[in-house]
Design a protein around this ligand. Structure first.
Ligand code: VGL
Ligand code: ZN
Length: 202
Protein backbone atom coordinates (compact mmCIF):
# COMPACT_ATOMS: atom_id res chain seq x y z
CA UNK A 1 0.00 0.00 0.00
CA UNK A 2 1.40 3.39 -1.00
CA UNK A 3 1.34 6.09 1.64
CA UNK A 4 2.67 9.64 1.58
CA UNK A 5 6.12 9.77 3.16
CA UNK A 6 4.96 12.17 5.90
CA UNK A 7 2.16 9.84 7.04
CA UNK A 8 1.98 7.81 10.25
CA UNK A 9 0.29 4.50 11.04
CA UNK A 10 -1.95 4.47 14.13
CA UNK A 11 -2.72 1.01 15.58
CA UNK A 12 -5.70 1.14 17.93
CA UNK A 13 -6.27 -1.41 20.71
CA UNK A 14 -4.89 -4.55 19.04
CA UNK A 15 -4.81 -6.04 22.53
CA UNK A 16 -5.49 -9.60 23.64
CA UNK A 17 -8.78 -8.89 25.41
CA UNK A 18 -10.18 -7.54 22.11
CA UNK A 19 -8.65 -10.40 20.10
CA UNK A 20 -9.26 -13.59 22.09
CA UNK A 21 -10.12 -12.38 25.58
CA UNK A 22 -13.08 -11.00 27.52
CA UNK A 23 -14.17 -8.71 24.66
CA UNK A 24 -13.02 -10.83 21.72
CA UNK A 25 -14.16 -8.96 18.62
CA UNK A 26 -15.30 -10.34 15.27
CA UNK A 27 -12.66 -10.33 12.50
CA UNK A 28 -9.87 -9.76 15.07
CA UNK A 29 -7.47 -12.45 13.80
CA UNK A 30 -7.59 -11.37 10.12
CA UNK A 31 -7.37 -7.73 11.22
CA UNK A 32 -4.17 -8.42 13.18
CA UNK A 33 -2.77 -10.37 10.21
CA UNK A 34 -3.48 -7.45 7.86
CA UNK A 35 -1.96 -4.96 10.30
CA UNK A 36 1.13 -7.16 10.59
CA UNK A 37 1.46 -7.27 6.81
CA UNK A 38 1.25 -3.46 6.71
CA UNK A 39 3.87 -3.01 9.45
CA UNK A 40 6.22 -5.52 7.83
CA UNK A 41 5.90 -3.76 4.50
CA UNK A 42 6.55 -0.45 6.23
CA UNK A 43 9.78 -1.56 7.89
CA UNK A 44 10.97 -3.75 4.99
CA UNK A 45 11.13 -0.75 2.69
CA UNK A 46 13.76 0.89 4.91
CA UNK A 47 15.75 -2.24 5.67
CA UNK A 48 16.13 -2.95 1.97
CA UNK A 49 16.96 0.67 1.31
CA UNK A 50 14.45 0.67 -1.51
CA UNK A 51 14.69 4.40 -2.21
CA UNK A 52 11.97 4.38 -4.82
CA UNK A 53 9.51 2.82 -2.43
CA UNK A 54 10.42 5.20 0.39
CA UNK A 55 10.00 8.23 -1.88
CA UNK A 56 6.61 7.00 -3.01
CA UNK A 57 5.71 6.18 0.57
CA UNK A 58 5.22 2.75 2.07
CA UNK A 59 8.44 2.71 4.05
CA UNK A 60 9.64 3.78 7.42
CA UNK A 61 6.54 5.60 8.58
CA UNK A 62 6.23 6.18 12.32
CA UNK A 63 3.92 3.66 14.00
CA UNK A 64 1.89 4.80 17.01
CA UNK A 65 0.03 2.37 19.24
CA UNK A 66 -3.08 3.32 21.21
CA UNK A 67 -3.75 1.01 24.16
CA UNK A 68 -6.76 0.67 26.43
CA UNK A 69 -5.25 0.29 29.91
CA UNK A 70 -7.70 0.13 32.80
CA UNK A 71 -7.43 -0.24 36.56
CA UNK A 72 -9.29 -3.33 37.90
CA UNK A 73 -12.18 -1.15 39.15
CA UNK A 74 -12.66 0.99 36.04
CA UNK A 75 -16.01 2.77 35.61
CA UNK A 76 -16.68 1.11 32.23
CA UNK A 77 -16.87 -2.35 33.83
CA UNK A 78 -20.29 -3.86 34.67
CA UNK A 79 -19.49 -4.15 38.37
CA UNK A 80 -19.10 -0.36 38.50
CA UNK A 81 -22.28 0.15 36.44
CA UNK A 82 -20.55 0.41 33.06
CA UNK A 83 -21.46 -1.37 29.80
CA UNK A 84 -18.45 -3.70 29.46
CA UNK A 85 -17.04 -6.81 31.06
CA UNK A 86 -13.65 -6.24 32.72
CA UNK A 87 -11.04 -5.87 29.98
CA UNK A 88 -7.52 -4.56 29.35
CA UNK A 89 -6.67 -4.40 33.04
CA UNK A 90 -3.14 -3.02 33.13
CA UNK A 91 -0.57 -5.65 34.00
CA UNK A 92 -2.67 -8.53 32.62
CA UNK A 93 -2.26 -10.36 29.30
CA UNK A 94 -5.52 -8.86 28.08
CA UNK A 95 -3.95 -5.39 28.05
CA UNK A 96 -0.92 -6.53 26.02
CA UNK A 97 -0.35 -5.68 22.37
CA UNK A 98 -0.53 -8.82 20.17
CA UNK A 99 2.88 -10.55 20.19
CA UNK A 100 3.20 -10.34 16.39
CA UNK A 101 2.82 -6.54 16.49
CA UNK A 102 4.86 -5.85 19.63
CA UNK A 103 8.25 -5.79 17.85
CA UNK A 104 6.98 -2.70 16.00
CA UNK A 105 5.99 -0.88 19.21
CA UNK A 106 8.42 1.61 20.68
CA UNK A 107 7.59 2.64 24.28
CA UNK A 108 7.66 6.35 23.32
CA UNK A 109 4.97 5.61 20.75
CA UNK A 110 2.56 3.72 23.01
CA UNK A 111 -0.35 5.88 24.17
CA UNK A 112 -2.37 4.47 27.06
CA UNK A 113 -5.92 5.60 27.74
CA UNK A 114 -8.64 4.78 30.26
CA UNK A 115 -6.04 4.72 33.03
CA UNK A 116 -8.17 6.87 35.37
CA UNK A 117 -10.89 4.72 36.91
CA UNK A 118 -13.44 7.54 36.68
CA UNK A 119 -13.01 8.27 32.95
CA UNK A 120 -14.13 6.33 29.86
CA UNK A 121 -11.80 7.25 27.01
CA UNK A 122 -12.50 5.77 23.60
CA UNK A 123 -10.24 8.13 21.69
CA UNK A 124 -6.53 7.62 21.26
CA UNK A 125 -6.34 11.39 21.47
CA UNK A 126 -6.84 11.09 25.21
CA UNK A 127 -3.96 8.68 25.59
CA UNK A 128 -0.50 9.55 26.90
CA UNK A 129 2.88 7.93 26.41
CA UNK A 130 5.25 7.08 29.28
CA UNK A 131 6.69 10.60 29.07
CA UNK A 132 3.21 12.10 29.43
CA UNK A 133 2.97 13.29 25.81
CA UNK A 134 -0.30 13.09 23.90
CA UNK A 135 -0.75 11.54 20.46
CA UNK A 136 -1.24 15.04 18.99
CA UNK A 137 2.01 16.29 20.51
CA UNK A 138 4.02 13.38 19.15
CA UNK A 139 2.44 13.66 15.67
CA UNK A 140 3.51 17.30 15.68
CA UNK A 141 7.08 16.46 16.81
CA UNK A 142 7.32 13.83 14.06
CA UNK A 143 5.99 16.32 11.51
CA UNK A 144 3.26 13.91 10.48
CA UNK A 145 0.76 15.27 7.93
CA UNK A 146 -1.67 12.38 7.46
CA UNK A 147 -2.61 9.14 9.20
CA UNK A 148 -3.62 5.60 8.40
CA UNK A 149 -5.69 3.99 11.15
CA UNK A 150 -6.10 0.26 11.84
CA UNK A 151 -7.44 -1.48 14.92
CA UNK A 152 -10.26 -2.52 17.23
CA UNK A 153 -13.13 -1.80 17.71
CA UNK A 154 -14.45 0.01 14.62
CA UNK A 155 -17.51 1.39 16.45
CA UNK A 156 -15.70 2.68 19.51
CA UNK A 157 -12.00 3.39 19.76
CA UNK A 158 -11.22 3.32 16.02
CA UNK A 159 -14.08 5.67 15.17
CA UNK A 160 -13.37 8.08 18.05
CA UNK A 161 -9.65 8.17 17.31
CA UNK A 162 -10.18 8.67 13.56
CA UNK A 163 -12.71 11.47 14.18
CA UNK A 164 -10.41 13.29 16.61
CA UNK A 165 -7.52 13.02 14.13
CA UNK A 166 -9.73 14.48 11.41
CA UNK A 167 -10.87 17.32 13.71
CA UNK A 168 -7.21 18.04 14.46
CA UNK A 169 -6.71 18.61 10.74
CA UNK A 170 -5.14 15.35 9.57
CA UNK A 171 -6.42 13.62 6.44
CA UNK A 172 -7.42 10.18 7.80
CA UNK A 173 -7.62 6.84 6.02
CA UNK A 174 -9.04 3.77 7.77
CA UNK A 175 -7.92 0.38 6.44
CA UNK A 176 -11.07 -1.74 6.45
CA UNK A 177 -9.35 -5.14 6.25
CA UNK A 178 -7.44 -4.32 9.43
CA UNK A 179 -10.51 -3.60 11.57
CA UNK A 180 -12.42 -5.76 14.04
CA UNK A 181 -15.73 -5.00 15.70
CA UNK A 182 -18.15 -5.69 18.51
CA UNK A 183 -21.12 -5.92 16.14
CA UNK A 184 -21.16 -6.26 12.33
CA UNK A 185 -24.09 -3.88 11.81
CA UNK A 186 -22.46 -1.36 14.14
CA UNK A 187 -19.21 -1.74 12.19
CA UNK A 188 -20.95 -0.97 8.87
CA UNK A 189 -22.80 2.00 10.37
CA UNK A 190 -19.55 3.38 11.81
CA UNK A 191 -17.82 3.02 8.42
CA UNK A 192 -20.69 4.89 6.74
CA UNK A 193 -20.63 7.65 9.34
CA UNK A 194 -16.86 8.06 9.06
CA UNK A 195 -17.07 8.16 5.27
CA UNK A 196 -19.76 10.84 5.52
CA UNK A 197 -17.49 12.91 7.76
CA UNK A 198 -14.65 12.81 5.26
CA UNK A 199 -12.59 9.89 6.53
CA UNK A 200 -11.33 7.74 3.67
CA UNK A 201 -12.18 4.05 3.97
CA UNK A 202 -9.75 1.91 2.04
C1 VGL B 1 -13.06 -0.24 23.40
C2 VGL B 1 -14.99 -0.68 24.55
C3 VGL B 1 -14.35 -0.46 25.75
C4 VGL B 1 -12.36 -0.17 22.08
C5 VGL B 1 -12.40 0.00 24.59
O1 VGL B 1 -11.13 -0.29 22.04
O2 VGL B 1 -13.05 0.03 21.05
N1 VGL B 1 -14.35 -0.56 23.39
N2 VGL B 1 -13.05 -0.12 25.76
ZN1 ZN C 1 -11.96 -0.09 27.62
Amino acid sequence: MKMPKDAAIVVVDMLYDFIDGSMACAHAEPAVARALELLRQNSAATEDGDAEEIIQGGGSLPVLFVCDSHPADHCSFAEQGGPWPPHCVSGTRGAEIHDDLKPFADEACIFRKGCDKTLEQYSGFEGRNAAGQSLAEVLEILDVRSVLVVGIATEFCVRNTAEDLLKAGFPVTVLEEALAYVDYKGHLEALDAMKEEGIKIQ
